[in-house]
Design a protein around this ligand. Structure first.
Ligand code: ADP
Ligand code: MG
Length: 568
């Protein structure tokens, strides 16, 4: 029955032929069947033509467009039989691939000639999926049919029943029999992980006493654990692979955001970090210098764990927080600490790199040096005597400022962490630096004094103070004695300070850093609260503005473990 024709001002409606769901379903079924049959037809054609090619020693004919019928005929299909374009195209491709491979074989034969050392173009051959499938199937079959040759032990295993022994009288053999146990142990040894070199025990009648087997097993388990641990660490380690994939992605993001234009070579690779040179990019509202240093803290944590003591007791970083953290977070704490200390030093005009941005364990800062040449460490700067004298005086002045204005102790001050650029001494590497409230601050300071005096003394600088004199000069204290005696007094002083909680009368709220650090914490909390829908927009806005002003990097879009806004 045809549908009635409806006249319409927009034109004529196409005639709709009604059809039942059953028809639609069968049409779909028919189409599926056709596809299936085409596939089978193609595979059949391929296998026939492959067989024909294998028996033929004649090279395949050169192909041109008119040879289609010939190809199809070779594949056992007449043109009338197959009018499906896809089959024809696939056949053509197969033919081309085959010719390409034959040509490579010919080339290889020409090169190789009678030579014993031969070359092969196997890797350049076009593998056709149909061949590959066939090959894989063969392999599977082979593997299924493969059974390893039986060992001597398996060929004639002694049968010991449930009673636990076999035979009788003099010929009784128990399950504790030395030979049986020895062989069994040898068998089990073969099942150890492949990395464990056990040798070929099957080639001989190997027997292992229980004692030896147990020892080997223990060793194998320990080795296995050790190697897994080792390889895990290697994967993640920035040191071994220069940059691990996660770090690389983070650096790329900084490039994408325009903070870094391009990453250059490694300036230095220490035990805790890798420092790269980089070209500064441009981001609106950010003052990015032309030359940057990118410090990437290593993600292997052995060193960081041992440096817990620099965090414990620093009123800005809770000991409990540190303990609770996973390794990646601990590194972030170190990086945050470095940023905090650099910012505080900058605030009081101590020459040091200025922080551009911190993203997890990647710290982008200004490069100390002239143009794109990084400044040398004092140790390797080869300074003239007057310059050395000048460097010494600058270092003492820096130590005084650090103490009286920044209320910081460097805690790793030496000729390795002082750079010389254009007649100025710069302080770097302050991740371990501690606040004066730290219970060991003065102890660390005495050690710094020792390192500084030792270096300049060795460089023959005149009038270098002794470490004890320098300590008193920097702190305005008057501790007597020297060496171990002095050190003991410093430690006592540290202890008393802690007990009486009298830290030179400093009022720590005056330090800009602490203020902003606390605000940063509030900012994170506000963000979390906002996520839970309980923070006012005004609060969030003001905190966001503050974060932008002081570059607390609030972009957490790529933070993997949901460690919201950890960066400063
Ligand atoms: P580590 O904690 O591994 O010792 P540092 O902060 O001391 O890391 O950096 C290692 C080396 O990288 C330094 O000795 C110095 O040569 C170089 N370096 C670090 N920061 C800068 C910088 N801002 N400008 C130039 N060189 C730098
Ligand atoms: Mg260093």
């Amino acid at each position: 029955m045809s549908a009635p024709q409806v006249s319409s001002p927009w034109g004529k409606k196409a005639q709709v032929i009604p059809c039942s769901l059953e028809d639609v379903m069968s049409e779909q079924l028919a189409s599926d069947l056709q596809n299936d049959s085409e596939d089978t037809e193609f595979k059949k054609a391929i296998s026939e033509s492959t067989a024909a090619a294998a028996t033929s020693t004649v090279a395949p004919p050169d192909i041109d467009s008119d040879d289609m019928a010939a190809i199809l005929a070779a594949a056992g299909i007449s043109e009338g039989e197959s009018n499906n374009d896809e089959i024809i195209a696939r056949m053509m491709q197969l033919q081309f691939d085959r010719e390409h491979n034959t040509m490579l074989d010919r080339e290889a034969n020409k090169y190789n000639g009678g030579s014993k050392v031969t070359i092969s173009f196997e890797n350049y051959k076009t593998k056709h999926p149909v061949y590959d499938e066939a090959e894989e199937d063969d392999d599977d079959e082979e593997e299924e049919n493969y059974a390893p040759p039986k060992t001597k032990w398996e060929e004639s295993p002694p049968k010991i029943g449930v009673k636990g022994y076999t035979g009788s009288g003099k010929n009784i053999t128990t399950k504790h029999d030395k030979v049986i146990c020895g062989r069994k142990n040898a068998e089990r040894l073969m099942e150890f992980p492949p990395e464990f070199e056990s040798g070929d025990g099957e080639g001989m009648d190997m027997q292992l006493p229980n004692r030896v087997y147990n020892k080997l097993k223990k060793h194998s388990i320990a080795e296995n654990k050790r190697s897994t641990r080792h390889s895990d660490k290697k994967e993640q380690s920035t040191a071994e692979h220069v940059l691990d994939p996660k770090t690389r992605t983070k650096v790329f993001r900084l490039v994408n955001r325009g903070v870094i234009e391009s990453l250059g070579g490694v300036i230095a690779g220490g035990k805790e970090s890798l420092v790269f040179q980089a070209k500064g990019g441009s981001v609106e509202g950010m003052d990015i210098p032309e030359h940057l240093a990118v410090k990437i803290y290593k993600t292997t944590l052995m060193d960081f764990r041992t440096r817990e003591k620099y965090v414990h007791g620093d009123h800005r970083f809770s000991k409990d927080d540190y303990k609770k953290q996973n390794p990646r977070k601990i590194i972030k704490i170190w990086a945050t600490k470095e940023v905090a200390n650099l910012n505080r030093m900058r605030k009081f005009d101590v020459p040091c790199p200025s922080v551009i941005i911190l993203k997890d364990h990647i710290l982008v800062m200004s490069l100390v040096g002239s143009h794109q040449t990084p400044a040398p460490k004092l140790r390797y700067a080869n300074l003239s005597v007057p310059d050395l004298q000048d460097a010494y005086e600058q270092t003492v002045a820096i130590m005084k400022t650090l103490h009286h204005k920044c209320a910081l102790v460097h805690a790793d001050l030496s000729d390795y962490n002082l750079l010389w650029s254009d007649g100025t001494v710069y302080v770097i590497d302050v991740s371990q630096s501690v606040d004066l409230t730290h219970p060991q601050a003065f102890n660390f300071l005495y050690r710094d004094c020792y390192n500084v005096c030792n270096f300049f003394e060795k460089q023959n600088v005149h009038n270098v103070l002794s470490p004890e004199q320098l300590f008193n000069e920097v702190t305005d204290l008057d501790i007597q004695g020297e060496g171990a005696d002095f050190s003991a007094q410093v430690q006592r002083y540290d202890k008393e300070r802690k007990e009486t909680d009298m830290v030179l009368g400093h009022n720590y709220s005056q330090f800009g850093f602490d203020y902003f650090f606390e605000k940063a914490q509030q900012f994170r909390e506000a963000e979390l609260a906002a996520m839970a829908g309980s923070s006012s927009d005004a609060t969030k806005k003001s905190l966001t503005e503050m974060a932008q002003k002081y570059r607390f990097d609030s972009d957490d879009s790529d933070s993997e473990e949901g460690e919201g806004g950890e960066e400063v």
